[in-house]
Design a protein around this ligand. Structure first.
Ligand code: GAP
Length: 441
């Protein structure tokens, strides 16, 4: 096996993502908008693949249903959930340069990390992280609504709708993928912490008393999902929350962390949320949210909840970091950057690269491309040297490149190059679909 280096700095990944069309800074031609990112053609393919894998693993099972709730919700939701009062970070300003920091992330006795002025911080004040906006044409306090800071509340308020319409018995879960917004004081590190992001959340409703057992089950299930995304086990770890870290609604919690180039960071939170949310919504909405347990003499109770909550962008960042390899570093001829995505996640599955335009090769290539595109996301590229085209496909993580050359016109076969081993094999045209099925499905 060739020598390789893992991703050592986030800057290398940011540069690759821009160069190859994964991610661009939002509103770039206007100078960009802080910590907002746009997914480019390859980024959105990768993101859709991550979301589809999550959706399939979470909802293609008997006990979990999906929903897609609206981003704007009744403002009382956020009072009930505690976000209006408690979803705050302590904020301090540097009096000299006006930079803002989270008090818990800096030493306020030390000089300002930005301008180095000493002893210049304001007293801390609580800053609510929710974005608010106005609904309807009249701008007054009664029309104030929030952009949801988590997707979970859209699930809680639909608990009874889903339970009754789908005739669910406990335990069962409700899953959702959607945008969330937080006016983070210190966003950054590429797409690790942004103000607009996507969450993939699931609330699993259980009988009170059984939460520990289900917490254990979901811990294992969710860990395995990250492994099945191709992440290396040595880059993953659990971080159980100590009593001081526990959110006010939780009786147990842990994070699944990944070792990013910036250090270990939370990728997914698994919380035992007790009956806090449903109880609060019952109180604020005055609607009965008790579950009638027909299996237990019609006993009525508010279910407990195990929540799994993973940031789509953050798990995608882990996938990008993990896939990155610099092979044969320093060896000019053989050095290459290759994104070793799990084949299921690779944005492009097959690149069809006719050796040249002439002699019927482009036409043959297009025919192959059109056939395979019915099943797989493919790219067609006939411009430039074949070596450079291979390098580009390595950098975007395409598992297979198919090259039609002049021999193809004689022997009805093409060369298939494997991204990881770079080995090339000859596959006859009538076996190409089977080859792809075997290796990609
Ligand atoms: N419903 C529970 C909840 O929202 P959280 O720990 O605040 O819990 C869950 O968020 C996940 O959402 C995190 O593990 C992270 O992956 C992602 N996330 C949270 N804030 C984020 C941000 N500002 N940018 C990107 N992802 C974020």
């Amino acid at each position: 096996m060739s020598e390789f280096k893992n991703l050592e700095s986030m800057a290398d990944l940011v540069s690759l993502c821009k160069r190859r069309g994964f991610l661009f800074q939002s509103s770039e031609i206007y100078g960009g908008l802080g910590s907002c990112w746009d997914y480019g053609p390859l980024g959105i393919e990768l993101k859709n693949n991550v979301k589809n894998r999550w959706w399939k693993s979470m909802t293609f099972r008997e006990d979990v249903e999906g929903v897609d709730a609206s981003i704007l919700m009744h403002p009382e939701v956020w009072k009930a959930s505690g976000h209006v009062d408690n979803f705050t970070d302590p904020l301090v300003d540097c009096k000299a340069c006006k930079s803002r920091f989270r008090e818990d992330q800096i030493d306020t006795k030390a000089p300002c990390p930005n301008c180095k002025a000493e002893g210049q911080f304001t007293d801390a004040r609580e800053f609510n992280l929710m974005f608010s906006t106005q609904m309807g044409p009249v701008e007054d306090s009664s029309s104030k609504v929030y952009l949801r800071p988590e997707t979970a509340q859209g699930i809680f308020v639909n608990f009874l709708n889903v339970q009754t319409t789908m005739r669910k018995k406990l335990p069962f879960g409700i899953a959702q993928i959607g945008k969330a917004f937080r006016n983070e004081i210190t966003p950054g590190n590429f797409i690790f912490r942004t103000r607009e992001f996507e969450q993939m959340e699931m609330q699993y409703f259980v009988k009170p008393g059984s939460q520990k057992e289900f917490m254990e089950q979901w811990k294992e299930t969710r860990y395995q999902w990250h492994i099945d995304n191709g992440l290396r086990a040595e880059k993953l770890r659990f971080h159980p929350h100590g009593p001081k870290e526990l959110a006010h609604y939780a009786d147990a919690a842990l994070d699944i962390e990944y070792e990013f180039p910036i250090g270990w960071g939370e990728m997914e939170g698994i919380h035992s949320r007790t009956d806090f949310d449903l109880k609060q919504h019952e109180e604020f909405s005055k609607k009965n949210l008790h579950y009638v347990d027909q299996a237990n003499n019609n006993e009525k109770y508010i279910p407990y909840v195990i929540e799994t909550s993973v940031g789509c962008d953050r798990s995608l960042l882990a996938v990008l970091c993990d896939a990155y390899r610099l092979e044969n570093p320093g060896d000019k001829e053989n050095e290459r950057v290759v994104m070793k995505f799990h084949k299921k996640l690779a944005p492009i599955k097959i690149a069809v690269l006719p050796l040249m335009k002439k002699g019927g090769l482009e036409e043959l290539g297009r025919k192959i491309y059109n056939d395979l595109s019915k099943e797989y996301k493919c790219e067609f590229d006939v411009a430039g040297s074949i070596g450079k085209r291979y390098r580009r496909q390595d950098e975007i993580g395409t598992p297979y490149c198919i090259t039609a050359d002049f021999d193809s016109l004689e022997d009805n076969a093409v060369t298939v190059r494997d991204r990881d081993s770079m080995e090339q094999s000859r596959v006859s045209l009538d076996k190409l679909t089977d080859f792809c099925k075997e290796n990609l499905s």
